[in-house]
Design a protein around this ligand. Structure first.
Ligand code: NI
Ligand code: MN
Length: 229
């Protein structure tokens, strides 16, 4: 499955001819200046929680492309009020079936408030299952034992995990998260964008290697294809 990274926690996955775009934050990301946000395609935009660094460009991209925004109930309703015509609310533990496969909204330990200060519900992550493969995006979260439930029920081709520490899991907890979800192929996100989440990328890759896991760190605009397991 082909994945393109757009910086911070924003990435797109190509699934069954559809483009799933996660947590678009390009405008305002100093590391994503080379990305042309008005050229990013999307059929679905999946937003993990209400923080600005996960949704800054979501409404604009949805209006331009006609994409459906999937998120928790409160975030989805908020996008409706921003003039986004297609939204799909989920809540924790719920799965929806769409034209490319299914999306389950899973637990994350973090916070969620909208950029205007209104309630952003509770944060989450996503498990995507399809004929072409399955993957997990953690969203912003601490390490949590709940991740073991994902590994027990879904065979993942790859996991997209936050690794930048300070606001989310750091590298060591992300390695444990990869163990909990039983996945050896990891795309690292939510690092280097701001000073508090700066990490040593080479050291992080080495730590994953020492635990027999591959950490992929892509440059904004770079793509990687994850093989089916
Ligand atoms: Ni956050
Ligand atoms: Mn964040």
């Amino acid at each position: 499955m082909k994945v393109t990274y757009y910086g911070h926690s924003c990435f797109a996955a190509q699934v069954a001819g559809r483009t799933l775009l996660f947590d678009p934050f390009i405008t305002g990301n100093p590391l994503a200046k080379a990305i042309n946000v008005s050229a990013i395609p999307a059929d679905y935009i999946l937003v993990s929680h209400g923080h600005e660094d996960h949704l800054a460009d979501a409404a604009d991209i949805a209006k331009r492309t006609g994409a459906t925004i999937l998120s928790n109930y409160e975030v989805a309703v908020w996008f409706g009020k921003q003039g986004v015509s297609r939204t799909h609310p989920l809540n924790h533990g719920g799965t929806c079936r769409l034209d490319f496969g299914s999306v389950k909204f899973v637990n994350a330990i973090h916070s969620s408030s909208m950029p205007d200060g209104t309630c952003g519900g509770n944060p989450g992550g996503f498990v995507v299952e399809s004929q072409e493969g399955n993957f997990y995006y953690s969203g912003d979260t601490a390490l949590t034992l709940d991740m073991k439930l994902i590994g027990e029920s879904t065979k993942l081709d790859f996991a997209v995990l936050c690794i930048g520490d300070n606001f989310t899991m750091g590298v060591e907890d992300a390695i444990k998260a990869a163990e909990f979800v039983r996945c050896d192929e990891v795309l690292g996100v939510h690092y280097n964008t701001f000073p508090p989440i700066k990490i040593d990328g080479q050291a992080a890759i080495s730590r994953f290697q020492a635990n027999r896991k591959n950490l992929h760190l892509l440059l904004p605009g770079e793509s990687h294809s994850f093989a089916p397991v």
